[in-house]
Design a binder for this molecule. Structure first.
Ligand SMILES: Nc1ncnc2c1ncn2[C@@H]1O[C@H](COP(=O)(O)OP(=O)(O)O)[C@@H](O)[C@H]1O
Ligand SMILES: CC(=O)OP(=O)(O)O
Ligand SMILES: [Mg+2]
Length: 401
């Protein structure tokens, strides 16, 4: 009989769950799925069996993450890929905040789960969903190893001068306040794939990775090691995001408290859920924003310009941090799909050796590709991220060795 060779990956977000079942003998996907708008009346599950069969969609309220995972398990079972299969080797979980303790993929024990719970205040949108995902999976297959792969892990190589905030050292250390960074699985995968695309060893290549999804972050990766990233103690710092403000003067929060009479919780919701693109123009989907920009909508245009301006500042800053940049790589929903964002982000940066070829930029493809002109000093690439494949690989390596 075959050794167990399948890995289920769960990527539980604040209001969605993405899942993939992979066969690790050839790293192929057996099924993928997405449950979105969890907790709303308009929840939707889309399940795609990849070895025969059409995508299936289910709509109607899915109350919480536990129900979402059970629905996903039912869909897998309907394809003969149920979680009860002896071929399943492990379940891999994306865990957003791993704090200082976790710099490697980790088999989840009660201790590990406790530490992930302790970190809820610094990843309030993400860690609770990750914990529910782990508990539900444990209940379904208590005998299987469950592995946590942390968003923060790749950033633990940041030098102290990049990771430490310039605040009182004793206070910072007492509360473990420092910059952790997130989306690390994606930054690691994309920087590696970018080096492959250039046909050069990772160790020789300096890359700026722009992970532009609903959450968004930039990283500077020197020879495969992260040296700087835009998210901080929590996934709120840095770039303008779908619903998050990114960088602001921290005194804005005191002002909102003292002058506007807002509570800490209200400010938290304002900055995490009612800011960024949605706060600026009412939409957080870049497709819709671009449609409005093309129609001359002023609020959407200003939102787009603010988004691009912030991105440009980070590209400039990370060019200085790296000293020599070999490539800029765009990834995640916006980075992979929005040619106007890529074009605008690099416009005027010829002095940095950065340029986009309009024809190449317009090509739609799921493959890693260059969009810079042949004579460009710095390569510009679109590199689709695959957090699930990366998590599956790390999970399988850990339980197999
Ligand atoms: N064709 C497209 N053009 C522009 N933006 C897109 C397109 N497809 C998706 N997006 C953007 O990608 C975002 C989702 O990115 P994704 O990486 O899936 O985010 P997350 O993992 O944070 O949910 C959407 O909110 C939307 O703004
Ligand atoms: C850490 C983070 O922001 O994740 P996401 O983009 O999935 O919200
Ligand atoms: Mg994402």
């Amino acid at each position: 009989m075959n050794d167990p060779h399948r890995v289920l990956v769960l990527n539980s977000g604040s209001s969605s769950v993405k899942y993939q079942l992979l066969d690790m003998r050839d790293r192929s996907r057996l099924a993928t799925g997405l449950v979105e708008r969890i907790g709303e009346s308009s929840s939707r599950l889309v399940h795609t069996p990849l070895k025969g069969g059409e995508p299936r969609e289910r709509t109607g309220r899915i109350a919480g993450h536990e129900e979402a995972l059970k629905a996903a398990a039912d869909e897998l079972a309907a394809d003969g890929l149920g979680l009860d299969s002896p071929e399943l080797a492990a379940i891999g979980h994306r865990v957003v905040h791993g704090g200082l303790k976790f710099s490697e993929p980790t088999v989840i024990t009660d201790e590990v789960l406790k530490e992930i719970e302790r970190l809820v205040p610094v990843a309030p949108l993400h860690n609770p969903a990750n914990i529910t995902g782990i508990r539900t999976a444990q209940a379904l297959r208590p005998d299987l190893p469950q592995v946590a792969v942390f968003d923060t892990a790749f950033h633990t190589t940041m030098p102290e001068y990049a990771a430490r905030y310039a605040i009182d050292v004793e206070t910072a250390d007492a509360h473990r306040i420092r910059r952790y960074g997130f989306h690390g699985t994606s930054h690691a995968y994309v920087s590696r794939r970018t080096a492959e695309l250039l046909g050069r060893p990772v160790a020789d290549v300096n890359v700026i990775v722009l992970h532009l999804g609903n959450g968004a972050s930039a990283s500077a990766v020197a020879g495969g090691r992260c040296v700087e990233t835009s998210m901080g103690l929590t996934p709120l710092e840095g770039l303008v995001m779908g619903t998050r403000s990114g960088d602001i003067d921290p005194a804005v929060t005191f002002h909102l408290k003292r002058v506007a009479g807002m509570s800490t919780d209200e400010i938290d919701v304002l900055l995490n859920k009612r800011s960024g693109l949605v706060g600026l123009c009412g939409d957080n989907d870049m497709r819709e924003i671009r449609r409005r920009v093309d129609e001359g909508d002023e609020r959407a245009t200003l939102a787009f310009d603010i988004y691009i301006h912030r991105l440009k500042k980070y590209i400039g800053a990370y060019s200085a941090v790296l000293g020599r940049v070999d490539a800029v790589a765009f990834t995640a929903g916006v980075g992979e799909n929005s040619a106007p964002v890529r074009e605008a982000a690099l416009a005027g940066l010829e002095g940095f050796g950065l340029a986009v070829d309009a024809g190449r930029n317009a090509v739609r493809s799921g493959e890693p590709r260059l969009i810079s002109p042949d004579d460009a000093r710095v390569a510009v690439a679109v590199v689709p991220t695959d957090e699930e494949l990366e998590i599956a690989g790390q999970t399988f390596d850990l339980v197999h060795n």
